[in-house]
Write a protein that binds this ligand. Structure first.
Ligand SMILES: [Zn+2]
Length: 385
């Protein structure tokens, strides 16, 4: 397992939907109270709200902070930040995007674990919602357990996922080619459209970076995915080899080394504006938020995206092998430009080798394309299970 996985052991970060039907509601919830209570394991932070709230919680190190992002909320007129308590040495508002409010807890000790818990409103009272954040010292509570115990992902959560499919090449750039009659750009566009149809049938929002035989810069593809709020980016390609015996499906994710370099680049270049999509660190304006946004936070976003990319690539390989031959070491690492985004997990797939007889026949076959696209859908479904 990759070493940076350890970093996530201390990071619990997820969205919770309290009521599936409220999923797309933009009606504001009102936060009436925020309390801090000392407990033996650390501290407990409690929010009270009149309606379901979508939130995300994560921690930052050096200095130690707990960050709570709340979507579509208002603070009641008598709301005030609580006094400092226990390991909380300061509570403050962060800068927000339009629909996200951020509260930052400066801590005088590093966080080992965050636990979130939902307490149901007691009967007869105005509807209330508690979000409980617990900082505990020991490994009493694993991330998996906490998810299983308290939260069930609703079907509609899956349905909201946005998948951006990126058919490689196009226009003046044919990609790989076989005798000038079969071009990668056409194969991958066909496959992408087949995949889109199936994903839409399964309830996903799907966007293609190109709909026709058009040349698109790599940067634009990444920009497009960010704008669409991609939850997953899949770039579709077909391979070629000097050896016509080489065949099989493969999937690439960003290499760890490359990832670090990219994270540093983004950190230095993007201090002007918001680099994050609606997932994760939502639309934070870096200029307004100097004290909050540091290089390591951007690195963390990269690590998070890359970890998810890695996991999805593994799932995808396992699904596709049911229908198609795999290349040796089918999960590979490279620094493809379209994979360099901290905003969402991304993979680049090579469907097969245009230079190999059997693969070429497959790549041309509607039936094969459909079968493999089915496996992509299976993998995406499993990814969000
Ligand atoms: Zn290609």
């Amino acid at each position: 397992m990759l070493s940076y996985k350890n970093i996530f052991k201390i990071l619990v970060s997820f969205f919770i939907i309290f009521n599936g039907s409220n999923l797309l509601s933009t009606e504001l919830s009102e936060i009436s109270k925020l309390r801090i209570i000392n407990i033996s394991e650390g501290v407990r932070v409690i929010f009270e709200s009149d309606k379901p709230v979508k939130y995300e919680v994560f921690s930052l190190k050096n200095p130690s902070r707990l960050v709570v992002d709340l979507a579509n909320i208002n603070f009641s007129s008598d709301f005030s930040l609580p006094p400092n308590k226990g390991i909380v040495k300061n509570v403050r508002f962060g800068s927000f995007s339009n629909d996200i409010s951020r509260i930052v807890f400066d801590l005088n000790k590093p966080l080992k674990k965050i636990k979130t818990k939902l307490l149901k409103p007691s009967s007869g009272k105005k509807r209330m919602l508690y979000i409980e954040l617990e900082i505990i010292k020991d490994n009493l509570y694993s991330k998996k357990e906490s998810k299983k115990k308290y939260f069930k992902k609703s079907k509609s959560l899956k349905k909201r996922k946005t998948i951006v499919i990126d058919p490689g090449h196009g226009g003046k750039d044919p990609g790989t080619s076989f005798q000038g009659i079969l071009n990668e750009k056409d194969i991958v566009l066909n496959f992408s459209k087949t995949l889109r149809k199936k994903l839409i049938n399964d309830g996903y929002r799907v966007f293609l970076t190109r709909e026709n035989d058009k040349f698109i810069e790599l940067k634009e593809r990444v920009e497009f995915a960010k704008k669409k709020g991609a939850d997953l980016f899949i770039s579709i390609h077909a391979d070629a080899s000097k050896k016509d015996s080489v065949r099989g499906f493969s999937v690439y994710t960003l290499s760890e080394k490359k990832m670090d370099r990219e994270a540093e680049k983004v950190a230095s270049l993007e201090n002007k504006g918001s680099i994050f999509s609606r997932k994760g660190l939502i639309g934070i304006n870096l200029t307004q938020n100097r004290n909050l946004i540091e290089d390591h936070q951007i690195k963390k976003a990269f690590e998070k995206a890359n970890q998810s990319s890695f996991e999805f690539a593994e799932i995808l390989v396992n699904k596709v092998k049911e229908k198609s031959q795999l290349l040796k070491r089918p999960h590979r690492y490279a620094g493809f430009a379209v994979l360099k985004s901290p905003n969402y997990p991304s993979v680049l797939v090579e469907l097969g080798f245009i230079t190999n007889n059997k693969d070429r026949n497959n790549l041309r076959s509607k039936n094969w394309q459909s079968n493999v696209a089915d496996k992509f859908v299976d993998a995406i479904n499993q990814n969000y299970k």
